[in-house]
Design a protein around this ligand. Structure first.
Ligand code: HAM
Length: 420
């Protein structure tokens, strides 16, 4: 029988996993500097959590969730995103009672959506996300956006742009909703059955329908921008002002609506502008979600956050021709000749590792030439050669691979020489 990795998923092989670790390291260290703390939530949650927050009429809930009934007859869903679980945990663990508000959290891990596989679109993908919950200060919106941009810049990307919109508050959205219904109603027969269903329940979702994307009514639909009330506009102005202070450029896009229902006010995406990037250019999406905590039974706790896909960040680096090639090299490769030397080498290897030196030796009983080739492939900074003479003299030959210099070093001094 021939087993294959499930469609839409991928194995991250050892020649690539170091890149994933590096992205995570960069993102974690930036979160640390911005005082965000890690939260880890389960990979599955009650299905209803996502229905209520992401929204019944969204593509994610209607078509993309991995939902199953567990042995206790409960409906469970592999998380399609991280915000609802984090806010669920915030409410459940009464984080609204923490002395320091907002509560600033980050997370990373696999998310699951049953989507059509495409370059940059997977059924299991890894998000790195942050959520700042408990404040509606527009400065925190700018902080969250700045944090996301910093992750990309620190990773080496430069062909990116920030796209920004305001979805307004409830009142603004209701006014817009009525206008959308009036706009689409007379022609709703031309739209797909999902859109017909969305018309009354959530007409905003019609705007991000993938089936009816090219219908001319999409372009003439009333824009949310025309329905923002004074308060929402004022809030948006302040967010933009803070972005200006932070020196972050943005492009205003009144059609940016995001594919999840919990958003209001600030909505943003970060896209790759690299020519080499495929059809899907969104690297990161986020926004404000005041009211989400209440929706799931908690107190008012306005929040904002984003999530980015690590897959797409690495693809964007490739597209810009900036793929990382500097895999961390080995500190020492031990070449041993003969059984006694092997035993001595094994002992030294333990000591090197105890001192944190990344080291390796041959376990395939190969000739010296083959061992030297391994040392080369692993980009070892030093090669230690141990033969019969060295065993007898309690010494090694130490070769500096950068300058080719080789010298005899006594085993007792070896660690000192290497760690200096
Ligand atoms: P989202 O826009 O659904 O938002 O996803 C965020 C990011 O996850 C996308 O911009 C994209 O990079 C990545 N992504 C989504 N689906 C896939 C896929 N099938 N394959 C690869 N990458 C994908 C959210 O998930 C929100 N929870 C973000 C957020 C956090 N909003 C506030 N806080």
């Amino acid at each position: 029988m021939n087993f294959k990795v499930p469609r839409g998923t991928q194995d991250i092989l050892p020649d690539a996993s170091w890149k994933w670790q590096r992205v995570e390291k960069i993102a974690r260290s930036i979160c640390d500097v911005y005082n965000y703390k890690e939260i880890r939530t389960p990979i599955f949650e009650q299905t209803e959590l996502f229905q209520r927050t992401v929204g019944d009429t969204t593509d994610i809930v209607q078509k993309e969730m991995y939902t199953f009934t567990d042995r206790g007859d409960r409906s469970m869903t592999l998380r399609p995103e991280g915000t609802a679980p984090v806010v669920r945990s915030f409410v459940e663990n009464k984080m609204f009672g923490y002395a320091d508000q907002p509560v600033k959290l980050y997370y990373t891990g696999p998310m699951f959506r049953y989507e059509r596989q495409q370059a940059g679109r997977y059924r299991q993908f890894v998000q790195f996300g942050v959520e700042a919950i408990g404040s509606d200060d527009p400065a925190i919106d700018a902080e969250v956006i700045e944090l996301a941009m910093t992750i990309y810049k620190r990773s080496g990307l430069s062909d990116i742009k920030l796209v920004l919109n305001s979805l307004g508050d409830k009142e603004s959205r209701n006014a817009h909703r009525e206008a959308l219904i009036a706009h689409f109603s007379p022609h709703i027969g031309e739209f797909c059955s999902d859109c017909q269903h969305r018309l009354e329940k959530n007409p905003l979702r019609i705007l991000d329908c993938k089936v009816d994307r090219d219908n001319p009514l999409m372009n003439t639909a009333p824009s949310l921008a025309d329905f923002l009330n004074e308060e929402s506009s004022a809030y948006f102005e302040k967010v933009k002002n803070y972005l200006d202070i932070a020196g972050i450029e943005y492009e205003y896009d009144p059609n940016l609506v995001r594919g999840l229902d919990y958003y209001n006010h600030t909505a943003f995406e970060i896209m790759s502008t690299s020519k080499g990037f495929g059809a899907i250019t969104t690297l990161c999406g986020g926004g404000r979600y005041n009211g989400l905590a209440e929706e799931i039974g908690g107190p008012a706790a306005p929040g904002i956050g984003f999530a980015l896909s690590i897959e797409r960040l690495l693809l964007a680096l490739d597209a810009e021709g900036k793929a990382w090639t500097d895999e961390p090299s080995l500190d020492v490769y031990l070449v041993t000749l003969g059984e006694e030397a092997r035993a001595k080498g094994f002992e030294i290897l333990g000591k090197l590792r105890e001192h944190g030196l990344r080291s390796e030796m041959d376990y395939m009983d190969r000739k010296i030439k083959a061992q030297m080739k391994s040392a080369d492939r692993l980009h070892a900074n030093y090669v230690i050669v141990i033969g019969e003479d060295e065993v007898n003299e309690n010494s090694v030959q130490l070769k500096n691979m950068a300058d080719g210099q080789q010298k005899k070093v006594s085993i007792d001094e070896l660690i000192d020489v290497l760690t200096k």
